[in-house]
Design a protein around this ligand. Structure first.
Ligand SMILES: [Zn+2]
Ligand SMILES: [Zn+2]
Length: 389
């Protein structure tokens, strides 16, 4: 399978660069979706467009079992600074997370599997989802909408990969169980009376309250959560006041909480409310609200094992990197809730420079493209056989 993927390396690069040059933000992936749909139709596949607004779903084969592969298509509101021939041609928009590579690799998988005479029986479902990075007005991302619209019904397994710009090109990293965090945003308003800066004793000061509240919030991870459970809280913004001599009457604070399991997730929320009681003790008050983000991604242990086995067999024993979990969030989590699934990381380090995801200098090594394509195609075949048994 690796040889077959190497044979279409130029095509994979061409797709990736075409998409990279024309990045589109979440739920606006019209051009990308068109390229995907046309390519899949040319391969003779049944194609459905407009899924989850701008997503594309394609079907290869029929009957059981059904194995789905997912790629995300959206870019980010970042101005690319890389000096490469295929740099973004859209000002202020850039594929800075590698979703261009994900889309190109999944097209490659479609090409390999649709032209494979001895493909195992069953159906392969190709999920090209919009908007992984962004949730719309109804707080729904592309993955969540795809699940709601039924694109994940009747699956026996679902797999995906994510490139990693910090890991050596072509290497695989995967961990079992929870691998990305559940994310919740929080919004706090702390209120007091405010007043004249020269006479603080005549009123109540939300700035002073917030100072104590922050200590309490950052004590939650250390003192109120099981040290064994992954969890973190970060304040991301603080806004209040408008003059040097006026004590404001309210301060706005926002931030994010991350966790793996549901128990810790709800505990963090309760403890946050508890920490805010400090404002009341100091004569003020608060309003606290949450916006739920993506749940944690759970890698099914059996699928995880199959991915390790496949990497060892087709790429070699030294292709596997030591496993590592993260506190980032991924909306593949919604899909992995619908069927046993797993997402693995594909190393794609471009050069010696640090090129983090979501930055203007992000880039990936295109040497990783055939590796990811071969892995997804081979895994799909193995899952079809395994699930048929
Ligand atoms: Zn991203
Ligand atoms: Zn991403």
């Amino acid at each position: 399978m690796l040889d077959k993927a190497q044979a279409i390396h130029d095509q994979l690069i061409a797709w990736r660069r075409e998409i990279h040059m024309h990045p589109e933000l979440g739920f606006q992936e019209k051009g990308t979706g068109r390229l995907v749909a046309n390519t899949l139709s040319d391969l003779g596949m049944e194609v459905q467009t407009g899924v989850a607004k701008t997503g594309v779903v394609a079907y290869l084969g029929e009957g059981h079992p059904v194995v789905a592969i997912r790629a995300d298509m959206d870019a980010l509101p970042i101005q690319e600074t890389n000096d490469v021939s295929y740099a973004s041609q859209t000002p202020g928009v850039m594929h800075a997370c590698g979703h261009d590579a994900h889309t190109a690799m999944l097209l490659g998988v479609a090409q390999l599997l649709s032209t494979m005479p001895d493909r195992p029986a069953g159906q392969v479902r190709f999920l090209f989802q919009p908007s992984e990075e962004w949730s719309d007005d109804e707080n729904k991302s592309g993955g969540k909408r795809m699940v709601e619209e039924g694109a994940l019904e009747g699956l026996d397994a679902v797999i995906a990969l994510h490139v990693a710009s910090e890991l050596p090109a072509g290497k695989i990293m995967i961990e079992s169980g929870y691998v990305t965090a559940a994310e919740d945003s929080f919004y706090i308003t702390i209120t007091g009376t405010g007043g004249h800066g020269a006479y603080p004793h005549q009123g109540t000061d939300p700035t002073f309250m917030l100072a104590q509240v922050i200590n309490a919030i950052y004590g939650i991870r250390a003192r109120r959560i099981d040290p064994i459970s992954p969890a973190t809280i970060s304040i991301g913004s603080i806004h209040g006041g408008s003059a040097t001599n006026v004590i404001p009457s309210q301060i706005e604070v926002t931030g994010t909480i991350r966790s793996y399991d549901e128990e810790t997730r709800s505990r963090l929320k309760d403890e946050l409310a508890q920490a805010l009681q400090v404002a009341r003790a100091l004569g003020g008050d608060f309003i606290l609200s949450f916006k739920p983000g993506y749940p944690a991604t759970y890698n099914d242990p059996a699928v995880h094992e199959l991915i390790r086995q496949t990497a060892t067999e087709i790429l070699g024993a030294d292709s596997l990197l030591p496993p590592h979990r993260g506190m980032g969030a991924e909306d593949f989590s919604y899909m992995a809730q619908k069927a046993p699934g797993a997402m693995f990381m594909l190393g794609a380090k471009y050069d010696e420079q640090n090129r983090p995801h979501h930055t203007p200098v992000f880039n990936i090594s295109e040497e990783a493209l055939p590796v990811g394509t071969a892995m997804l195609a081979e895994l799909t075949c193995r899952l079809l056989k395994q699930k048929a048994a």
